[in-house]
Structures are given as C-alpha cells and as structure tokens.
Design a protein around this ligand. Structure first.
Ligand code: ATP
Ligand code: ZN
Length: 292
C-alpha cells in the first residue's frame, strides 16, 4: 500500500451523514476516486490518488476549509454564505438544491414582506436572514434555533420562520406559507484561500475538469437510431449534436444507423421529432463521462 505524505495529500471535507453525503461520494467515485469504508471512519484515504476525505457535519465544512484544515469541501452554498467563510467557490453542483425562504402561518396576519415589521422570526440562518431584512429596511427580531424551525410558530416561539425549502411540503405540513426567497442554494465545491502546493493545485484542476465531464455526461444521453438515407438532412436539423453525428450504412439498402449525443432536457422532444422524420429503433444510453 502507498503511504501518503500529509503535506501533499489533498484533504476534502464531505458531510458525514446527511442529504449531501451519498451524492457527493457518488460524484467522487464517478470521477474515478476509489475509497473504502467511508461509513466507518472520519478520515478516509483514497486508494488511487493522493487524496483523503474528512467526514464531518456540514456546518463545520466552511470553517475547516477556511482554516486550511481541508483544502476542498463539498457543502451547501447556504452554509458557506451563513458563515461568511473566506473561501473560494470553485464549482456549483446541481444537487442539494434548495432555497432559504421566509414563511408565515397560513391564516395569520403576515401576508407580505412589510407585515414582518416588529415580528419574531425563528431560523437556523440568523446572518442571512438579518442581512435580508436590513437590506429591505424592515426591523425584525431573530430567534436562532438549531433545528425544528418549522414548528416554532405553532409553539408560539416565533411569529414566522426563515427556513430551507426544497419541495415546500414541510412548510405546507406545518401550516406555513412561503412569502419570499432570501437565498437560492446548491451544493458547491469550495477551496481554501490558504496557499497550496503546486501538486495540490494540479490535482484540484484535474478534479474540476473531471467534474465538468461528469456533469456534462449526466446531462446528456447517447442516442442511436435507424433511418432512411433521405431522412438524414431532416434528422441533422433536429439533433443539436455535440459534433457531427456518426452515420453508418446498414445492410438494408437505403437505410443508415445514426449515433449522437443529445442534452437530456431536450430528449423527449427530440425523440418525437426523430420519429416523425422517419427514424425507427431509437435507443437511448446513459453516458459515464464526456470530455469535449
Ligand atoms: P449535519 O448533521 O451534517 O449538520 P444537517 O441536518 O445540518 O446535517 P441536512 O439536512 O443533511 O443537514 O442538509 C444538508 C444540506 O442539504 C443543507 O445545508 C442544504 O444545503 C441542502 N438541502 C437541500 N434541500 C434541503 C431541505 N429541504 N432542507 C434542508 N436542507 C436541504
Ligand atoms: Zn448541519
């Protein structure tokens, strides 16, 4: 086994157990990093790169990265922004997507922003919430809670809340109605602003490049179809192709096979148009990684 030099191995902070854990570890494995037993230990070494993972609570990640204890971290933008951490955001990743919103009881007196004046707001995000109301010139009283914020109005601990929302179901289930979004968040890859060795810098560039490839691949599908040769011009217009599609003649005279890549958000629309243009046997495959 290779021994890792603690001065050179890149340390990455990842949430130990929570909403971001599996997606972050899947992403790291997806870009070629191999780890064993990350469920059992706090510090896990990578088998094929000079990288180690520190598995900690998400709230601690920005500070660990700011202090240079970790070189990189995967954490919600909400946490980094709340902590006002001095770090560099390298990359926005489209998971852990949520928003910090202010919400009030459905049948109460708070209907719009101005109604918050003089009210008590419960939140785990006092800095972001205070900054929002300061900017709006509305005076509020903020009560900081570390969890179960959504039940604070029912317990009469507060008049309203400022809380993380993704689907909105939790708010609804607690009789709250969203009034305004304070902060839009997603998971981010953050980097320390402390000086890094050239070796670490190179490894970070490699990680970013691989994440880009992985994300592009996740958002794309490889499609294959058969079509009459004379449908090619029409099909080429439909396919917003990566580069030019691969066109191969088939044994059946006048027929070709066409292979190409399409973005997933246009996939169903493209499929229907291809069928109309004469394509048949359309097959879609996931792509593992893509470098263009
Ligand atoms: P930890 O034990 O690590 O402190 P936690 O309970 O603070 O965990 P999670 O609930 O696992 O954190 O959420 C982690 C991150 O997931 C949040 O900081 C946020 O960026 C993101 N997230 C996405 N959707 C939601 C949501 N509906 N509620 C809370 N967080 C969400
Ligand atoms: Zn947390």
């Amino acid at each position: 086994m290779r021994t890792l030099d603690s001065n050179t191995s890149l340390r990455i902070a990842v949430q130990k157990s929570g909403r971001l854990t599996d997606k972050t570890l899947n992403l790291l494995e997806g870009i070629g990093f191999r780890f064993d037993d990350y469920k059992r230990s706090m510090l896990v070494q990578c088998r094929n790169f000079d990288v180690e993972l520190l598995l900690i609570r998400d709230d601690d990640i920005p500070e660990y990265v700011e202090d240079g204890v970790c070189d990189l971290g995967f954490v919600g933008g909400n946490v980094t922004a709340e902590d006002q951490a001095d770090v560099t955001v390298l990359y926005g990743l489209d998971y852990g997507v949520c928003r910090l919103s202010i919400a009030a009881p459905k049948n109460g007196s708070i209907k719009k922003l101005e109604d918050f004046s003089g009210k008590k707001i419960a939140t785990s995000y006092p800095n972001l919430t205070q900054a929002f109301f300061d900017k709006k010139g509305i005076e509020v009283e903020i009560t900081t809670l570390s969890g179960a914020v959504e039940i604070a109005p029912r317990l009469e601990v507060a008049d309203a809340v400022s809380d993380l929302v993704s689907s909105g179901n939790t708010l609804k289930a607690n009789g709250l109605i969203e009034i305004e979004t304070i902060y839009e968040s997603e998971t981010e890859l953050i980097r320390t602003n402390k000086p890094l060795s050239d070796g670490k810098k190179k490894l970070i560039d490699k990680i970013i490049q691989r994440i880009e490839g992985y994300q592009k691949a996740e958002r794309s599908r490889y499609i294959m179809m058969n079509a009459p040769e004379d449908a090619i011009p029409k099909i080429r217009k439909i396919i917003p192709s990566l580069k030019s599609p691969t066109i191969v003649p088939l044994a059946d005279e006048g027929m070709v096979a066409i292979h190409t890549v399409v973005p997933i958000n246009t996939f169903w629309q493209v499929m229907e148009q291809l069928k109309e243009a004469g394509a048949s046997g359309i097959v879609m495959l996931p792509i593992e990684s893509m470098i263009t």
